[in-house]
Design a protein around this ligand. Structure first.
Ligand code: FES
Length: 118
């Protein structure tokens, strides 16, 4: 089913390993917080919901990376996630993954593509 894409950021707002952009998505039964970051040159987006306890990850608004700029970190208990896949590689939710969202970057703009397969 086709759905309206949603503009979430300008490309220059997302620097590799830098601050993320928060936005909201409609998922079955709720409006949920989400975020986009850039890593390895590509934009990735996830529900802003840790896989340990369903809390938001950012320790300050839009701060999702750890101090190395290599991993996403949960502010509550420090779970580390790979920024390109969302897989937890350390912490209490080891092996689980953030809920990945589809995004595309076109002409300096980043869009969320609201495609829900389930
Ligand atoms: S709530 Fe994220 S690591 Fe515990």
């Amino acid at each position: 089913m086709a759905a309206q894409r949603q503009l979430i950021a300008r490309s220059e707002q997302l620097q590799d390993g830098g601050r993320g952009v928060r936005f909201e998505v409609q998922i079955p039964g709720e409006t949920a917080p989400a975020f986009a970051i850039r890593s390895g040159g590509a934009v990735h987006a996830y529900l802003n919901r840790c896989r340990h306890v369903p809390t938001e990850l950012d320790w300050q608004d839009g701060r999702f990376f750890d101090s190395s700029g290599q991993y996403l970190i949960c502010s509550l208990h420090g779970a580390l996630y790979l920024p390109d896949s969302g897989q937890c590689i350390a912490g209490p939710c080891y092996g689980r993954s953030l809920f990945k969202l589809q995004v595309e970057e076109i002409d300096g703009q980043v869009y969320y593509l609201p495609v829900m397969d389930k």
